[in-house]
Write a protein that binds this ligand. Structure first.
Ligand code: UDX
Length: 427
């Protein structure tokens, strides 16, 4: 099929590369000239395992094309995916990029096509988008909704083998065509109306952080009563009605989706006259978890951090990404600075991105160098290189042997045998 992707962000580039790899002819439309220039040189603006290889492979065989021209991108299109951002602006979903992109599509559509909203938008927005688009075109189009459920760091795998493919379409013909386009992708199919499709996306991205905040609350109680949160939630997760995933306690969730979508669903509820109390508590718990973690650091470092070197391992909001959006490291580091600590931070890929957001700290790529003379090691992002640190080396580098594990990845016995003071979250 001839496919157009509007927006060369994370979702757009992954979707485009995978659809091109299936043999479709894919046009990617990007109006940021700097970004487009870099992409034309083969440079992906963020780190995502496997993406660059897939992208370059399909550029080379001429199945993937890049342009800033709507006319060119839509010349032969059958299916358009709108993949522009819907960022949080002060607790509200910013929809202007979606309106601009769909207006651009409408103005330049030559023949009937399916326009799919992949961007995460409030349920029901398709009616408003359609009303605006019809002002710009007489060409017939069908507006559908196919939300994405990609995890950063695993985006290619999640696109090829998702748990489900949700297709929200009003007409049977549209649903059938979208099913055909998604044919090579595995996973259950959910065919529904666009409003339900968008609700599935919001509800999923609100339920997962609810699980995490619940796990974090249990972890705090485990700390208080001496239980081991990993055993506790491991036992809880064995109940198939609950499931083992996303019960990992630690310093809280971050990223480009959970904080934004939780806020958006609370806002959506408010508009509909519903006070989504559970989600407000999820937000508050996530915020408090950072303070709780900071309290641990202060206590273990003798009640004051003034002038003490604290090394933070991990800046990205999770491993295998360079994404710093709403990363827990940002609030942990802000808190450490406020308490007068001298912070050194390390990350395998996110340092250049973190430098734009954090000042007044030292960035050191090599974790061993970063730990030289440190009072405490604070793990915030569980990159593999930090999981497998050589602690016999680390113990000789640090000033005090204190490890505070914000992702519960280290083995207490092993560390204590080497003379470290160790604390995780709830264990
Ligand atoms: C998430 C959803 O998983 C994905 O389906 C959706 O489309 C986009 O949002 P992503 O933001 O890439 O994906 O990250 P994810 O792997 O879900 O982790 C989000 C945050 O939760 C991270 O900060 C992670 O450290 C934290 N987390 C995750 C926990 O604190 N505990 C867990 O058990 C799992």
């Amino acid at each position: 099929m001839n496919v157009t992707i509007v927006g060369a962000g994370f979702v757009g580039l992954v979707t485009a590369s995978v659809l091109a790899d299936f043999g479709n002819d894919v046009w990617v439309l990007e109006n940021n000239t700097e970004k487009l220039g870099n992409l034309l040189k083969g440079k992906i603006p963020f780190y995502e395992p496997g993406l660059e290889t897939l992208f370059l492979k399909n550029i080379k065989v001429n199945r993937l094309h890049l342009t800033s021209s709507y006319q060119e991108a839509l010349a032969k299109t059958e299916v358009v995916f709108v993949c522009v951002g819907t960022p949080d602006k002060g607790g509200r979903v910013y929809l202007q990029y979606v309106y601009n992109a769909t207006a651009g599509v409408a103005r330049n559509l030559k023949e009937s096509a399916i326009v799919v909203i992949k961007s995460t938008v409030p349920p029901g927005l398709n009616d408003e988008i359609e009303r605006r688009m019809r002002k710009y075109t007489k060409v017939d189009f069908s507006l559908a909704s196919v939300p994405e459920f990609l995890r950063e760091g695993k985006a290619i795998e999640d696109t090829l083998h998702p748990y489900r493919v949700v297709i929200g379409a009003k007409e049977e013909e549209t649903a059938q065509k979208l099913l055909a386009l998604h044919e090579p992708i595995t996973g259950e199919r959910v065919i529904c109306d666009p409003i339900s499709a968008q609700m599935i996306k919001y509800a999923s991205n609100a339920f997962l952080p609810t699980k995490i905040s619940f796990a974090n609350s249990i972890a705090v109680l485990c700390d208080q009563c001496g239980a081991d949160v990993e055993k506790v939630l491991g036992g809880v997760g064995l109940d198939r009605r609950i499931g083992p995933d996303f019960l990992g306690a630690g310093v809280g969730y971050g990223g480009s989706c959970f904080p934004k979508d939780v806020a958006a669903l609370i806002g959506f509820g408010r508009k509909k006259g519903y006070n989504f109390k559970i989600l407000k508590a999820v937000q508050a718990t996530n915020k408090e978890q950072v303070n709780y973690f900071l309290g641990k650091i202060k206590r273990l470092c003798g009640g004051s951090l003034k002038g003490k070197k604290i090394t933070v391992l991990g800046l990205a909001f999770k491993p295998d990404t360079s994404d710093m959006r709403d990363a827990s490291s940002l609030s942990v580091i802000a808190g450490l600075k406020e308490m007068g600590a001298k912070v050194t931070a390390s990350d395998p890929v996110a340092i250049p991105f973190a430098r734009r957001l954090i000042d007044g700290i030292e960035f050191v790529e090599d974790p061993y160098q970063a730990l030289e003379g440190a009072e405490a090691l604070v793990l915030v992002t569980e990159w593999n290189e930090y999981r497998s640190l050589d602690f016999s080396r680390v113990r000789k580098l640090m000033k005090s042997r204190i490890v505070i594990d914000g992702r519960n990845v280290y083995n207490r016995n092993m560390l204590e045998q080497q003379g470290f003071i160790y604390e995780g979250v709830g264990k």
